[in-house]
Design a protein around this ligand. Structure first.
Ligand SMILES: C=CC1=C(C)c2cc3[nH]c(cc4nc(cc5[nH]c(cc1n2)c(C)c5CCC(=O)O)C(CCC(=O)O)=C4C)c(C)c3C=C
Ligand SMILES: [Fe+2]
Ligand SMILES: [Fe+2]
Length: 340
């Protein structure tokens, strides 16, 4: 007897098994604003070879001998200034983004969240989705711009977890969305709304992205180019010719040369040349965190005012607001195409 393939009738419902899971992932954060918790978090984060690319033989004594003894105290103080009743802003907002997405998708899709460093971990959350019956999972690193030190490490960690599984889920990964019209449109709408609500008209708007060592650009990491493309498209979409818009890079760490211009250097330069009214947005961060709430909104403001500026506004990230959630829903929905 010969076997004959038979096409399903055109009106046959899709043949699919298992639920769909979505895992939102952001960088990571300490569990408390204390030197001990910050030390544990930084020890994991700064041990990742994709984050610090210095040979281990050189890096280990610096990390364990100096950085992990000095930085946790300083960073814990910074975290304590922005800590919320729901914990670190980054985890609180990521959790709300997951809840918001779950409400929008309904019962057919399970949404959860994880931190790349710290808790809840990617392996634990993947297992949780699988235990709940998810056989198809969308992994969504919430970094608009791709970087080896961020986006790639999310996949590394998920792949490590999958490597240990006999029965793996099907996995799709949300690509970087730095130039996606959904992202640029959401940023323009949300930043435009916040600019309109200010009680002053800024002369300058800084678009501050997290920095990276400059050598990563020369080694081929697309991060720098993607940041500049986001800035260029956003500038066009904002369409406000009266405001000078400048991309900058913040959070320099260590002694190597980082991407320029540095946000603090540009704040100094603008104040020195007489700029009095300045706003700053952070379109490289999907959620407010230490880097936006402390480094920009607190220290950036202090610096600009001390150096002669008069009015300063740090704008919020898209977070779990309606504009940001509409964008996230559409981006994730697109990755699920054919699955539901
Ligand atoms: C070598 C050091 C670092 C690299 C490279 C780096 C890249 C990088 N980071 C983000 C996003 C975030 N970083 C955050 C905090 C943070 N980053 C570093 C160092 C590097 N980042 C440190 C030491 C810290 C901890 C705080 C401190 O001690 O200063 C955060 C916020 C976390 C939070 O809890 O709120 C984010 C988000 C990106 C996007 C990036 C490369 C593109
Ligand atoms: Fe960082
Ligand atoms: Fe910082």
């Amino acid at each position: 007897m010969t076997w004959q393939a038979q096409a399903l009738p055109a009106d046959h419902p899709p043949v699919k098994s298992g639920k769909i899971g979505v895992l939102l992932v952001n960088l990571g954060t300490p569990t408390a604003p204390t030197p001990k918790a910050v030390k544990a978090y930084l020890a994991e984060f700064l041990a990742d070879r994709r984050v610090v690319e210095i040979p281990r033989l050189l890096w280990w004594p610096i990390l364990h001998g100096i950085i992990l003894n000095v930085r946790p105290k300083k960073s814990a103080h910074a975290y304590s200034q922005v800590w919320t009743p729901d914990g670190s802003p980054l985890s609180a907002i990521t959790m709300r983004q997951a809840q918001g997405l779950a409400d929008r998708f309904g019962e057919s899709v399970m949404v959860d969240w994880a931190m790349r460093y710290g808790q809840p971990s990617i392996p634990a959350q993947l297992q949780r989705l699988m235990d709940a019956g998810c056989e198809r999972i969308v992994l969504a690193p919430l970094y608009p711009q791709y970087c080896g030190a961020t986006t790639a490490t999310v996949f590394d960690k998920a792949a490590d977890a999958l490597r240990a599984m006999r029965w793996q889920p099907a996995l799709r990964v949300l690509p970087a969305y730095h130039d996606d019209p959904l992202h640029i449109g959401a940023l323009a709408q949300d930043i435009g709304r916040q600019l309109d609500a200010l009680d002053f008209v800024p002369e300058v708007l800084l678009l501050s992205f997290h920095g990276m060592p400059e050598r990563t650009l020369h080694k081929g990491d697309p991060y720098h180019c993607q940041c500049l493309k986001t800035a260029r498209l956003l500038t066009a979409a904002l369409n406000c010719p009266d405001i000078r818009i400048r991309p900058t890079f913040q959070s320099r760490f260590g002694s190597a040369k980082w991407l320029e211009p540095a946000t603090d250097a540009v704040l100094a330069e603008e104040a020195a040349k007489g700029t009095k009214r300045l706003a700053i947005a952070a379109p490289g961060f999907s959620a407010d965190c230490l880097e936006t709430l402390e480094e920009l909104a607190i220290r950036g403001r202090e610096q600009f005012i001390e150096e002669g500026g008069e009015q300063f506004a740090a704008l919020s990230c898209l977070n779990d607001g309606p504009i940001g959630m509409d964008m996230l829903e559409a981006l994730v929905q697109r990755e699920m195409a054919g699955w539901i």
